[in-house]
Design a protein around this ligand. Structure first.
Ligand code: IPE
Ligand code: IPE
Ligand code: MG
Length: 255
């Protein structure tokens, strides 16, 4: 994949990578738990939703940067199956974000050859949310650059139970033998089927937990945490995460 220099932030500004990244060793799949929007807003005396709005502009920045660096898949945790517990006004706002995000940003995603996908149970999302997403998925379906994968109404345990149900159904119908069940075929029944496993997991806001995100798929990912809240995350921190990743030794159980 060709690497473009300098990495363009916008037509006017350019971002100069400073850490000495190895551009041949960019992680193929980066997953991010974008956390801390609420606390960011609270610290400024603003409502939580202001943090979500600010967080959306960070998504744009990081997508541009990841695309310019030649990342293949960027999976962003946008809404978990547990996030329905939040106050209705916050959930409503979060469900409108994809509409706002894509209405202003879809042309740039198309221009950048980005392909939008989702993981999660999107079929129960509000109609306007589903419409915005399916339009983006459809209009970018032939793009061959970065896969921008939004985890929306995503829960890893639900995903795995769903996969088990599907496999059990096939066994019941006699289409599959129990002895044919293996890791590879289980993996192929997950939402992430066809995607490479994440190499790097980033979580912002100081929390160091998975919160039901990609439990199976992250088995051998490198984890990188920062205290910074998601609305303050930027290209330099993303670069730092990649740099640290490149300086780790992945052993996969070997020596
Ligand atoms: C992450 O920020 C965004 C979503 C979960 C949708 P939070 O809203 O969880 O922010 P904090 O963790 O409460 O600060
Ligand atoms: C995880 O963050 C979900 C998303 C970022 C979408 P949460 O803020 O919901 O996680 P917990 O509740 O702190 O574990
Ligand atoms: Mg949170």
């Amino acid at each position: 994949m060709p690497i473009k220099f300098p990495f363009t932030k916008s037509k006017k500004e350019s971002i100069q990578p400073t850490l000495g990244l190895d551009y041949k060793q960019i992680p193929k799949h980066v997953a991010i738990i974008m956390d801390g929007n609420g606390r960011w807003a609270k610290n400024r005396g603003m409502p939580r939703i202001a943090g979500h709005k600010e967080g959306m502009s960070v998504v744009k920045k990081i997508v541009r940067y990841a695309s310019d660096l030649g990342v293949s898949v960027l999976t962003l945790y946008a809404f978990s199956t547990e996030n329905w517990k939040r106050p209705k006004n916050e959930v409503d706002f979060l469900m409108k974000l994809p509409v706002d995000f894509l209405s202003t940003y879809l042309p740039e995603l198309i221009e950048k050859n980005v392909r939008v996908q989702t993981i999660g149970e999107t079929s129960i999302l509000p109609a306007h949310t589903q419409k915005a997403i399916s339009e983006a998925v459809e209009r970018t379906s032939n793009n061959t650059g970065l896969i921008l994968n939004f985890a929306l109404n995503y829960g890893s345990r639900y995903e795995m139970v769903d996969a088990v149900k599907e496999i059990a159904g096939k066994v019941k119908e006699g289409k599959l033998l129990p002895e044919d069940i293996n890791e590879e075929m289980f993996t192929s029944h997950l939402y992430t089927s066809g995607l490479l496993e994440p190499d790097l997991l980033i979580r912002t806001s100081g929390e160091q937990r998975l919160s039901n995100f990609l439990l199976w798929q992250l088995a051998y990912a490198e984890f990188w945490f920062t205290e910074v809240y998601w609305p303050d995350f930027d290209e330099a921190l993303f670069e730092k995460a990649l740099y640290d990743y490149q300086n780790r030794k992945r052993r996969y159980g070997g020596i």
